[in-house]
Design a protein around this ligand. Structure first.
Ligand SMILES: Cc1ncc(COP(=O)(O)O)c(C=O)c1O
Length: 384
């Protein structure tokens, strides 16, 4: 579909003086309308970006550095993605006070969750913005964003959420969540890489942003640069497919891969965990219980293989696309800040692997993945 668009609709959507430009501009507008509607927003409230990193930068710096912004405090959480943490550190360098809230540890009732009372006590009349991710990329924990929004607004602070891991995987409606800004990225819901967006509320609270990319004045001057027309259209298709399929009921795990929803993904994820736990007595779950879908993403599984190293397991299973959740891939990778935040020691954090089960996975692949890991872990165990 994308190659056909590239062949036939290669005009610049900003060039509306000719019919080819107008045609692609209309198609892009229809996609933005549909994307916005699927998030409960108006199309004027979406800024299209190159992905969630850019969206987060625009949300955080664009909001805090606006000349009308006189508040100088930001509240966030220790387990945010680097694409939030780094822009926050930069704002800190510019004189903003940034308060990073802790999260519940692995042995508490809400591993990875923030404490709402602690949030409330961190807010005051000087707090401009709260930024808290909707779902965590490493341990899948889902924060109660609507409750968080109510607390923020009581103190006159605005709320941004990085919903990159949530959009396309769970119901996300900007009005139900009552957020002021929300970041998303197409490649996290099977769309192309390099395209995403930022929802920016227009009413009843009007959010004003200083553009972070200036130039040709596209998108009402909020983000200059030629629109990634084909990426935006593909992002809309991808989200529509995900939402259509999300609630499909399970009709046998092997049936029609990709067309069945979250319940199927959850069964596959749980089957993988069962296989790992029954094959290796030392496997432990990280993050919230798998039985609580309102607190954990369906496709997320993060396990600790202590005393084995996650990196060694990964190297022993080269065909398995998993992640150690580490901040880098160097010889001595730093342990995941998320796993440290839920109370793991550095060695324990280095023993973890993160599995992302998706709509195109099959039960055979799940069995294969479990076999590879169990075999590799048994061999490594014999070596230590
Ligand atoms: C929670 C979260 N935020 C932001 C990003 C960055 O997104 P992008 O790759 O679109 O810049 C990611 C990607 O891994 C993510 O998981």
């Amino acid at each position: 579909m994308m190659t056909q668009l590239m062949r036939e609709n290669y005009a610049n959507p900003g060039s509306v003086t000719h019919s080819a430009g107008r045609e692609i501009a209309d198609r892009v507008a229809a996609s933005v309308f549909s994307l916005a509607a699927n998030l409960g927003a108006n199309m004027e409230e979406l800024v299209l970006t190159s992905g969630a990193t850019e969206s987060n930068n625009l949300a955080l710096s664009g909001f805090c550095l606006h000349p009308r912004q006189h508040r100088r405090k930001i509240v966030s959480v220790v387990t945010e993605h680097k694409a939030t943490l780094d822009p926050l550190l930069r704002l800190q360098g510019l004189g903003f006070a940034v308060d990073f809230l802790p999260v519940g540890n692995q042995h508490s009732l809400g591993p990875g969750l923030i404490d709402l009372q602690r949030l409330e006590s961190a807010l005051d009349a000087n707090t401009a913005l709260v930024t808290i991710m909707l779902a965590n990329n490493e341990i899948g924990v889902i924060q109660p964003i609507a409750k968080i929004a109510a607390i923020c607004h009581k103190h006159g602070a605005m709320l941004h959420t990085d919903a990159t891991q949530a959009v396309g995987h769970m119901r996300v409606d900007v009005n139900e969540l009552d957020v002021d800004m929300l970041s998303f990225s197409a490649h996290k819901f099977y769309g192309p890489k390099g395209v995403g967006g930022l929802y920016v509320r227009s009413q009843p609270r009007r959010i004003r942003l200083v553009p972070q990319i200036v130039g040709g004045g596209q998108q009402e001057n909020r983000r200059s640069g030629t629109l990634n027309s084909i990426g935006i259209i593909a992002m809309d298709w991808a989200l529509r497919y995900c939402l259509e399929d999300m609630t499909n009921s399970v009709q046998g795990l092997a049936a029609n891969v990709g067309r069945f929803g979250n319940e199927r993904i959850r069964l596959l994820r749980d089957a993988l965990f069962e296989r790992l736990v029954s094959g290796l007595e030392f496997v432990r779950l990280n993050g919230p219980s798998l039985d609580n879908p309102s607190e954990r993403l369906f496709g997320n599984l993060n396990c600790s293989f202590y005393p084995l190293e996650g990196q060694s397991l990964m190297l022993a299973c080269p065909e398995l696309a998993v992640s150690s959740g580490s901040a880098c891939t160097s010889a001595n990778p730093s342990p995941s800040h998320v796993l440290l935040s839920i109370g793991h020691s550095e060695d324990q954090a280095r023993s973890c692997l993160r599995f992302g089960v998706g709509r195109f996975n099959t039960p055979t692949e799940i069995d294969q993945a479990a076999d590879w890991i169990v075999d590799a872990a048994e061999k490594l165990r014999r070596l230590i």
